[in-house]
Design a protein around this ligand. Structure first.
Ligand code: GAP
Length: 460
């Protein structure tokens, strides 16, 4: 619901992330490097937990899916077969006045406030729209554009030690191709029967024309991709199932359904039979969070053609030979991180009039599951004993500095779900106070029960 009043803004998130060790600007001491970001001590834990939750759901708990970790650098023929060398490009226009570079489709979308869909337009139609509506440069306000040129988004590099032996190679722009080229390896070694899935999490790189919005669109990012190999004719059913699975993954992570929506692609990629996104209501508005694509047998057929190696599956019962169809589910780990932080961020007015900033993260995603807080310095021995015992079970932090109220606030801001206070009664009867981040209610339990008490609350 766009009308809903939310405390979160992009500026508040960026500031909180920097202040609390979640995400820092990349190469900051050298003045930064546009649109690169470094995850700090809290951020890396949250992002790892996001990746773990995804892997658990789509590999560990899947009936027939297998994980891989393919190389980032692949034989250049992979990208010829996939079509990336010829068609992985965006329509760019340069402002001749201020030399800034823009995507023509973005200019039209912004100008028409989303009413015109540039995805269904040719380059000539986009140029005509921009001309007829005098869409000016959003940086300098002038109207002096180059024609549209297509701009390949792949980062190139070269391998070899001498100039003569240099060969152009690419940083992968998606992890999916690693899954396709390993289709036969995985099927043979696992003896998986179609339908089955291959998943991986890894870095991808795109020379985006218009990166931005914090970690929403960057030039280096991580993808979590799952390819489901199935027989033609069952693909439509699995496409529907993956839409539901992708949605449920998000709502199980405490996303409000009000902030999610499906959006069918109007213009399909050359390989796709149907495709949709789940969009999320980010601080800057509704935008793609993940994609679900019915890629047909395009990828495996192309790799069979370009490599000369068979990609045919032989049904062990019927002996039928065929190239499977693929239903792809793809989500950016960093983009999901931004959505998770946006969804979790809140500002609450307390009974004493103070405002607390709190991240209502799903406990499975929180960097620390608990914080151990001795009420006074002379309780530190007992507190450290409890801390050292608990950290054998899950990540825990320890904080003895400042008033108890300030310590609660610090933990609220990084989303620690439980604060354990050690007081003088702890020395007498072994009990501690456990404060719940969301309700701020406190319960008194024995320290021997802490590990079990918290463990059952942090499962995803
Ligand atoms: N294999 C299909 C594929 O790569 P995509 O829609 O281009 O499809 C999938 O990317 C997901 O990867 C997106 O939904 C988004 O979550 C993430 N993603 C794509 N480009 C990104 C970028 N420049 N920065 C951060 N995340 C990105």
């Amino acid at each position: 619901m766009a009308e809903e009043k939310r405390a979160v803004t992009m500026d508040k998130l960026v500031n909180l992330c920097k202040a609390r060790g979640i995400i820092f600007p990349g190469s900051e001491i050298y003045g930064g490097m546009g649109n690169t970001w470094d995850y700090g001590p809290i951020g890396v834990e949250i992002k790892n937990n996001i990746k773990r939750a995804w892997w658990k759901r789509f590999v560990q708990e899947s009936d027939n899916s297998y994980g891989i970790d393919a190389a980032i650098l692949m034989n250049s023929r992979v990208w010829e077969a996939s079509g990336h060398t010829t068609s992985f490009s965006d329509p760019k226009m340069d402002c001749k006045e201020c030399k800034s570079r823009h995507r023509a489709d973005n200019l039209i979308e912004a100008h028409s406030k989303g009413k015109v869909n540039p995805d269904v337009m040719t380059n000539e139609e986009m140029e005509a729209y921009i001309r007829e509506h005098r869409v000016c440069c959003p940086i300098c306000g002038k109207f002096n554009w180059t024609n549209i040129r297509t701009f390949n988004l792949m980062f190139e590099t070269s391998r070899g030690v001498t100039d003569e032996s240099q060969n152009k190679i690419y940083l992968r722009p998606e992890t999916a191709q690693g899954e396709f080229v390993n289709f036969m390896n995985v099927q043979r070694t696992t003896r998986a029967k179609v339908p089955f899935g291959i998943a991986q999490i890894g870095k991808a790189f795109r020379n985006e024309i218009t990166p931005g919005n914090f970690i929403f669109r960057t030039i280096e990012f991580e993808q979590m991709e799952h390819q489901w190999f199935c027989k033609e004719g069952t693909d439509v059913q699995y496409y529907g199932e993956f839409k539901q699975k992708a949605w449920k993954f998000l709502t199980d992570l405490n996303f409000s359904e009000e902030h999610l929506r499906f959006k069918d692609h109007d213009k399909l990629a050359h390989y796709a039979k149907c495709a949709c996104d789940i969009q999320y209501l980010f601080p800057m508005g509704w935008s793609e969070l993940n994609g679900i694509h019915n890629r047909t047998d395009y990828d495996l057929s192309r790799h069979q053609e370009f490599s000369g190696k068979t990609m045919q599956y032989i049904d062990p019962v019927t002996n039928e030979k065929y190239i499977p169809y693929v239903v792809e589910y793809s989500i950016g780990a960093d983009r999901l991180m931004l959505a998770v932080l946006t969804e979790a961020y809140d500002e609450e007015t307390l009974s004493d009039g103070e405002t607390r900033v709190v991240l209502h993260l799903h406990p499975a995603l929180a960097a620390y599951k608990a914080a151990v807080l001795p009420l006074q310095k002379n309780l530190s021995e007992k507190a450290e004993e409890i801390f050292k015992e608990l950290r054998k079970h899950f990540p825990v932090t320890y904080d003895a500095a400042g008033s108890i109220g300030k310590r609660y606030r610090r933990q609220d801001e990084i989303g620690t779900p439980y604060c354990i206070t050690i007081d003088f009664d702890t020395l007498n009867d072994g009990t501690v106070t456990v404060r719940d981040r969301d309700t701020m209610e406190q319960v008194r339990i024995h320290s021997d029960e802490l590990a079990a008490y918290i463990s059952q609350k942090i499962i995803f």
